[in-house]
Ligand binder design. Structure first.
Ligand code: SF4
Length: 478
């Protein structure tokens, strides 16, 4: 829209049947994306733009159809295509094959070429190094050349579990209008009121976060609770990823709120890092690592996707059942359940990375290729052999026990690694280290974990229990 001229240009939105297949994608995700696009189309018409919303079997089909129609109307004139840089290799190639010209995508703050030149100079792709450059480049939370508050990040302050009794702040509910109802009906589903599908709804969600949750976002950023599905997370990623909000305006609003004086720097820094640091870094890495990266399977993990990922009743593990139920309900959980529960299990159970990636891509409301491929292949399941992260995010039940209230009411015990009540995370964690000990022995960041493995006196029992756990997970009985 930013580049369109009302008098000469036609804005085309294509609803590709391939991308809205209800057999593949979570219904809440489809509802959100289709309804947002339909609302956007209506908004464009209201603002006086020429805009077409076309349903087609694929994006390429839709573009070709409209191009041919416009050419006919214009007596055979050629119809050039201008597009933003795409969010996946596949779409980028499709648009290129149609002869499109590209402009920078304003869904991001970092020109692709700038990230690629940064990455080309790095020995290891530490996000922290990139993030510091971003802070300096944008002059955000800076005191001259130094970081405001004397440190670049406040991670250490931001790892608090929630107190036992906690006063939860409310989250917004979004009313459904006629377009929403039509879309829901066409998809044969009933949406929640969790996600806005309009620009004005997304702006309300931003305001609501800043006023109600921003203050405590940082300190409880990593906490998980069975009593509250969102804790203090912003719930803005779907909007920033589909364009209802732009990252720049979100950062600007957050800085303004912080400068008002009510927000601790640890919260402001953590939130701004997610947007100018992590989000930009992940997108940059997707384009830096290349189209074949998504096929990586360095640890040769070939177990089929476990039934618990698609059915929350297929497990007795409290943390997994609750996390997957939240995804079934709203197509979203925050970054710690994604990393330390879902991806951690896929990693230590040896689930095939591409099967797991396919599931994550389909299940989450904010998923796109650019975000899911590096997050799953590199960070989640270490399938790239450490190209992106220097060590795998593998952990036993102790981490989940510390950061959540799941373990108290679970039939398993996070401290046990053998026996029928052993926590599957704890058993599989040691078994994973044992199976890959040779792979990790040269990695100094894994030295402490491997030293712990050497001290285990019951390793044969752990191996036996791991076999039982894996069989149970495959059958959906663990
Ligand atoms: Fe999850 Fe293990 Fe805790 Fe149960 S004991 S909730 S399986 S981490």
């Amino acid at each position: 829209m930013a580049y369109a001229d009302k008098s000469t240009d036609m804005i085309l939105l294509v609803e590709s049947a391939r991308m809205v297949d209800p057999k593949v994608y979570h219904p809440e995700r489809l509802f959100f994306l289709v309804s947002s696009a339909r609302h956007f189309h209506a908004e464009l018409l209201e603002k006086g733009f020429n805009a077409i919303y076309r349903k087609a079997p694929t994006t390429a089909n839709g573009i070709r159809e409209v191009q041919a129609e416009l050419a006919k109307k214009n007596k055979g004139a050629s119809i050039p295509i201008l597009a933003a840089q795409q969010s996946s290799y596949r779409l980028q190639a499709t648009l290129e094959s149609l002869g499109a010209k590209f402009v920078e995508n304003d869904f991001f703050l970092t020109p692709r070429s700038l990230f690629l030149s940064w990455a080309a100079d790095q020995k290891s792709y530490l996000m922290e190094n990139f993030y510091r450059k971003q802070r300096t480049r944008f002059g955000l939370l800076m005191d001259g050349a130094k970081p405001l508050g004397g440190q670049w990040n406040f991670d250490k302050e931001n790892r608090e579990p929630l107190p036992k009794k906690y006063e939860w702040q409310p989250y917004l509910h979004h009313k459904r209008d006629e377009i929403d109802q039509e879309v829901a009906q066409s998809l044969g589903m009933t949406p929640t009121t969790t996600w806005a599908t309009t620009r004005s709804g997304a702006l309300k969600a931003l305001k609501h976060f800043l006023e109600n949750h921003f203050e405590n976002f940082g300190r409880y950023e990593d906490a998980i609770s069975s009593e509250n599905w969102a804790v203090h997370h912003s719930l803005l990623s779907p909007y920033i990823n589909n364009g209802l909000l732009l990252p720049g305006e979100v950062v600007k609003a957050a800085v303004k709120k912080f400068e008002g004086g009510d927000i601790p720097i640890a919260s402001a820094e953590a939130f701004i890092r997610q947007i100018i640091g992590w989000r930009e870094y992940i997108n940059g890495m997707y384009w830096h690592l290349g189209p074949d990266y998504k096929e990586a399977n360095h640890l040769r993990a070939n177990r089929k996707l476990l039934p618990l990922f698609t059915d929350s009743s297929a497990t007795k593990m409290n943390c997994l059942a609750s996390t997957v139920k939240d995804i079934e309900d709203r197509s979203w959980v925050h970054h710690i359940p994604r990393l330390m529960i879902l991806s951690n299990l896929a990693l230590i159970a040896g689930v095939n990375p591409q099967e797991f990636l396919g599931w994550m891509r389909a299940a989450f409301i904010d998923a796109s290729d650019w975000v899911m491929v590096p997050n799953v292949i590199g960070m989640g399941v270490h399938a790239d052999g450490g190209q992106m992260m220097t060590k795998p995010y593998a952990s036993g039940g102790a981490y989940i026990s510390r950061m959540s209230n799941y373990c108290g009411s679970c039939i398993y015990d996070p401290k046990k690694r053998t026996g029928e009540t052993a926590c599957p995370f704890t058993t599989l964690y040691w078994n994973f280290l044992d199976e890959h000990a040779d792979e990790f022995k040269g990695n100094h960041r894994m030295a402490q974990q491997l030293a712990g493995l050497k001290r285990l006196s019951d390793l044969p029992d752990v191996r036996d229990r791991a076999k039982e756990v894996l069989r149970g997970l495959e059958k959906g009985t663990i």
